[in-house]
Design a protein around this ligand. Structure first.
Ligand code: SF4
Length: 541
């Protein structure tokens, strides 16, 4: 008679968290094999007729061999693991031992894997809701896995913003691994990133500590601890760790009436970050890596048209424009990044293309914003370009606000401003973003008040992040670096803006984003908001 191996995960260790199937599987087995501590944990479920084989730590292989041998003799053998048998448990080892013996599913002993609650789930439930988004488990035990491999997995998970549950973080002899893990995580994540330490979840000596990445090693971590590290969105509330799933991207959580109606919620327009939306409109301005040089005028125009039409269901092309007569073509123009002087011929061209029915508005950003009813934006783009004007889309895009470099007298940093314009100007973002660039320490065009500001001084750049230009709570950006070498500044700014593009919530201004994520490209946010309570004042009060 063929026997059976039941590989059972019994969860964290409390009776309430053992599944019905696990209880039944234990009851129906005539032999129980497990690590002594685990056998003790389920003692209340055992019957007098069952044969118990309990062995010590590191004897997993002999337990698996014994289980297979007993099943081959016709026994029903329960191999027990805490947590889930298939997550660092006994399930894999049982199969490996069977395969070594030439086992086949059809002809060999029967195997049933009974799932249980793994530590990532049980510990998360005690901490709040930290595993609400992409997460992984990493065991820091290097008894069976080369440390180099573990290290590279930590690095990859840290870099890609996974919530991470560290199993086996520490033991009497293994004390350095968790320190190394913390060091790697701090390369990519803010020291303030929430961290939960849960020891003996749902057992008698349960301990729950909520701390952060910087402080985690100041708390007790041992063999029975699971360490859960939040991602860049994880927040603390009333001692709980909560990782937002992303609902705030579409919903206003404190309002019953949602801005997006039911039928709008799953449309591409409501999910501009989705693969489907990106495939439908492959605009160069949203590509992770922009093509060499400036986007073509055609690309710019198509982008602008997309915004005007609000129609992302199809790729809009300038050839064969489908717009109805009253469609408005919106875009912004300026004489150049550093140049603030419109020439008379340029103004004449502007007047011609805007015509009697269009609108031309001079903005705080030293641009003319145009709104032109037209069926033929291609022609308008052609005329404006021939007049030597710089064209840019409008909306939630990057606008570069450079000074005039004292009419070109202080011209050293102009090439960097132009390169930033070429690489990033008009890039689509969660919210409009102003990058201020000033050519000397006078900073008279107010770069330090913009979302991101750079000021050229003594042959290098000072960097300001998170300014709030308007409002009664307006404030300059926080100076985060001085003396950035000119050959590095474009890369630094590009990386910061790419992070904002990737991780910012729709409609989230850059200063709020910086405050929320706490660290961007290694630059740490410091709260400089005055402690004085300022009464909210709606526009016009
Ligand atoms: S910031 Fe400096 S370089 Fe630029 S316009 Fe003002 S004084 Fe001139």
């Amino acid at each position: 008679m063929k026997g059976k191996v039941l590989v059972i995960g019994f969860g964290p260790g409390s009776f309430q968290h053992i599944t019905d199937r696990a209880r039944a599987a234990i009851r129906e087995s005539n032999m129980i094999i497990g690590y002594k501590t685990y056998v003790d944990l389920i003692e209340g479920l055992l019957t007098e007729n069952q044969e118990i084989v309990s062995t010590g730590m590191t004897e997993e292989v002999s337990r698996a061999q014994e289980a297979v041998k007993q099943a081959e003799r016709g026994n029903k053998v329960a191999v027990i693991s805490s947590g889930d048998a298939g997550v660092y448990g006994m399930a894999g080892l049982i199969y490996e031992v069977l395969i070594e013996k030439g086992w086949k599913k059809e002809s060999g002993v029967e195997v049933e894997i009974v799932p249980g609650i793994s530590a990532i789930n049980s510990c998360a439930s005690l901490l709040g809701a930290p595993v609400m988004h992409d997460a992984c488990t990493i065991s820091l035990s290097d008894h069976l896995t080369p440390w180099q491999l573990i290290e590279s997995r930590i690095d990859a998970a840290a870099k890609t913003d996974f919530v991470i549950a560290f199993y086996n973080p520490k033991s009497g002899r293994r004390t350095k691994q968790i320190e190394e893990a913390q060091r790697i995580l701090l390369k990519y994540r803010s020291p303030e990133t929430p961290v939960g330490l849960v020891k003996s979840a749902y057992r008698d000596r349960e301990q729950v500590v909520v701390t952060n990445l910087k402080e985690m090693l100041n708390h007790e971590i041992g063999m029975l601890t699971t360490v859960i590290v939040g991602n860049s969105s994880t927040v603390l509330h009333d001692g709980l760790m909560i990782t937002p799933r992303g609902y705030q991207r579409k919903y206003t959580l404190n309002q019953a009436e949602q801005p997006l109606k039911l039928h709008q919620r799953l449309t591409k327009e409501a999910e501009p970050w989705s693969l489907e939306a990106a495939s439908a409109v492959e605009t160069p301005l949203r590509r992770p890596t922009p093509a060499e040089g400036e986007p073509s005028l055609r690309d710019l125009a198509e982008q602008a048209l997309q915004m005007v039409s609000g129609d992302n269901d199809q790729t809009v092309t300038l050839a064969g424009v489908y717009q109805p007569a009253e469609a408005i073509f919106e875009l912004a123009v300026s004489p150049g990044v550093a140049n603030k002087k419109f020439t008379a011929p340029q103004l004449i061209t502007l007047a011609e293309v805007v015509g009697e029915n269009g609108v031309m508005e001079y903005t705080q950003d030293h641009q003319m914003k145009l709104g032109i009813p037209t069926e033929n934006p291609d022609e308008i783009i052609e005329k404006l370009t021939q007049a030597g004007l710089l064209l840019a889309p409008v909306g939630d895009v990057l606008t570069i606000k450079a000074c005039d470099f004292c009419d070109g007298d202080k011209k050293d940093s102009i090439p960097y401003a132009e390169e930033l314009q070429r690489k990033l100007g008009g890039i689509q973002l969660p919210k409009e973003l102003k990058l201020g660039i000033n050519g000397c320490g006078m900073a008279c065009y107010g770069a330090v008040k913009e979302d991101i500001g750079i000021v050229y001084r003594q042959g290098a750049f000072d960097l300001f992040l998170g300014g709030k230009t308007v409002g009664r709570t307006g404030h300059p950006g926080q100076i985060v670096a001085e003396g950035i070498e000119p050959d590095q500044i474009v890369g630094v700014i590009e990386n910061i803006i790419r992070d904002y593009q990737e991780y910012g919530y729709p409609n989230e201004r850059f200063f709020k984003f910086f405050k929320r994520v706490k660290q961007v490209q290694g630059f740490t946010h410091v709260d400089i908001t005055p402690k004085l309570q300022i009464t909210a004042a709606p526009c016009g009060d």
